[in-house]
Write a new protein. Structure first.
Length: 146
């Protein structure tokens, strides 16, 4: 696994990565992950590995695999609710991936709003290399709605 594919921890339950390869799954299992969540649609880019190839490699490595494709730049409240449901049911720790890791981080942040302080969400995302400044107002609104 290359250094740019070292898991980026958002909290004790979830880390994120850019696109993974089937050959990465054994290393991810070795890091202690129990569940893999794909947030990338099939064929988003021509060279990305198929969801089936990742799912098969995950199963071979003893990992549970879930696919929840989310269109980049078009996250819906249903997407957030589905992600939150997956996280509640998933065996932890979870590794979520998409093209860059940003989509997964946004899903985690939105699902965490109202359950974690906004500053903690922002700080954890920044420490993992993801700038969520554009989501701050939405996170604060969601936190107040809870």
């Amino acid at each position: 696994m290359t250094e740019d594919l070292l898991p980026r921890m958002l909290d004790e339950d979830i880390s994120v990565l850019p696109q993974i390869d089937p050959s990465d799954l054994t290393d991810l299992a070795g890091f202690g992950f129990k569940t893999i969540i794909n947030n990338r649609p099939e064929n988003e880019e021509s060279e990305q590995p198929s969801i089936v190839s990742i799912a098969e490699a995950a199963a071979a490595a003893g990992l549970t695999f879930h696919s929840q494709p989310v269109v980049s730049g078009a996250i819906t409240f249903n997407d957030v609710a589905d992600f939150q449901d997956l996280m509640e049911k998933a065996e932890k720790p979870v590794l979520a991936y998409c093209r860059s890791g940003t989509r997964c981080t946004m899903l985690w942040a939105l699902a965490s709003a109202g359950h974690k302080p906004t500053e903690e969400i922002m700080t954890n995302a920044a420490a993992a290399g993801y700038n969520l400044d554009g989501l701050r107002r939405q996170l604060e609104s969601l936190a107040q709605a809870d």
